[in-house]
Write a protein that binds this ligand. Sequence first.
Ligand code: SF4
Length: 379
Amino acid sequence: MALGAMDIFKHLPAGAKLENANCKKCGSPTCMMFALKLAKKQAKIELCPYAPSVLVEKINEGNKIQQKEVKVDDKIFGGENVMYRHQKTFKNPTGIVVELDCEEFGEFSEKFKRLSNFEIESIGEKFKIDGIYLKNSTPEAEKTVKEAGFAFFNEKTLEEFQIVDIQNKSVPEIIKTLTHIRQKAIVERDEKFSNPTCVFLEEKNPKILSAIASTLICKYASIIIFKEFDEAVFTTLITLRQNIFTDPEKPLQVESRVYEFNNPDENALVFLTTNFALTYFAVANELSSLKRSSFLVVTPSEGMSVLTAWSAEKITAKIAKKIVENNDILNSVKIKKIIIPGLLADLKTDLEEALEGWEIIIGTTEAYKIPDMIKNLNW
Ligand code: SF4
């Protein structure tokens, strides 16, 4: 584990209450400042002539690389430095790579076309397959793969990865093997395990393929090379991967502004919610499928969901007033009613006081119930 500033400081002369404390020979005004720089890897331990050998050893150990980053074309794999997502975000999503055999020409062109056409959008991000592993590769096929924007893999590229054999292994055995490798690399900093991991997945049954690949994304494949390509399975896997590799400290959020659905005019409905991406896309999805046009006021709520934002006072009448009053188009609507999430019912009175001329309507607690609610409106 990397050392924190206090772990370092207690070994330095000022922390250990020894002679030479805060002597400034390292270029820092105090031992504490030097410890902070060391913890951030902004200084070298050799600058302090009084650092004890136990500290030097700990720092050198902490500086050892855990898992190497490997760049293949413009994609980066590996480079992880934690075991668990709650410790710090995972860095580089598991690479999703599909195998193509250049000697099977018919299959090559048909599969390549499907791979090129495959693109999904989830929570505002677009995803494609990361790379293609070419068996029996030719320079021409390599060029085609790279020109289509895929990272190109062959036997040579894979030399920088450690290939983990999962053939004939049960799911618990696969987890055990990959966890052991990760532990060796991250916790023990054993250089023999520092290359990112690569797993070949030959399973054909889509259900079993999904189960094993999901396991590999969670624990702990750096890339998976699939023999089979199935649009439905890959959509599921990429969505799972997006969730696993999102920074837990930075909730996905969308820009705070007024969004328009179905060319809104003066008869449009007005909705309000927070800028948590999952909430936004759930509501936006329903609004875009309504027969009526609408505006959606998205408040700046630091990516918090409705209830969390309300409890943290990140969605208040004052905040909503600012965004509503600054939007001219919104103020041109004839029906001065704002539909708020059902979970914000307690905010109704405050909102009505702050937003003069607007009536606040308590909406549904779930986005999928919006269409039913709209059907019953008589305005
Ligand atoms: Fe402290 Fe060592 Fe820097 Fe002197 S050289 S201030 S003892 S860290």
